[in-house]
Ligand binder design. Structure first.
Ligand code: NI
Length: 172
């Protein structure tokens, strides 16, 4: 089932999310709903707080090539074990901040550990777009948005645009 995505500014997007204890059927269903919501948007990543659930769960799929097989990843309690000194700059966007994009500098390579949909602990090294995306999504679990990396003036400009967008949507 598709879920509505919260739009910034929203207090739920600023919260530090709680770790998940057991991977229950309810949590698996939540992850499946998040993947459906993400693909429908369309987007390459989604964090649980973006649908108002304050738990440490993210989903992502950064396969972009036309015709390539999808690679949906479900990560409970993801954490970054190591990050490269070398950085990468990507123009980032966010489903909670529609149609706003800005360059963000992050480590180019990260080692991430998480619990998968079957409750197994997994780890993998991510590079390029996957590394940027997984860091962006884990930030959401700590109440951090990509605009928090921007200069205050730019951040305020984007926030005002989102407030206007929310007012317009509320009138519909
Ligand atoms: Ni985002």
């Amino acid at each position: 089932m598709k879920r509505p995505i919260l739009i910034h500014p929203d207090p739920r997007l600023k919260k530090v999310c709680a770790p998940v204890a057991d991977i229950s059927d309810d949590l698996r269903q939540l992850a499946d709903d998040m993947l459906e919501t993400m693909y429908d948007a369309p987007g390459i990543g989604l964090a649980a707080p973006q649908i108002g659930v304050l738990e440490r769960l993210i989903v992502l799929d950064c396969v972009k090539e036309e015709g390539a097989a999808a690679r949906p990843l479900v990560m409970f309690n993801p954490r970054i074990l190591a990050a490269s000194d070398e950085t990468n700059v990507y123009e980032e966007g966010c489903l909670s901040i529609p149609e706003q994009y800005a360059e963000v500098t992050r480590p180019r390579v990260v080692d991430v550990e998480w619990i998968d949909r079957d409750g197994k602990v997994r780890s993998e090294t991510f590079d390029g777009l996957w590394a940027t995306c997984v860091q962006h999504e884990i930030d959401h679990l700590d109440g951090k948005l990509f605009i928090d990396y921007l200069k205050p003036l730019k951040r305020q400009m984007i926030t005002r645009k989102m407030q206007k967008l929310k007012r317009e949507r509320a009138r519909l």
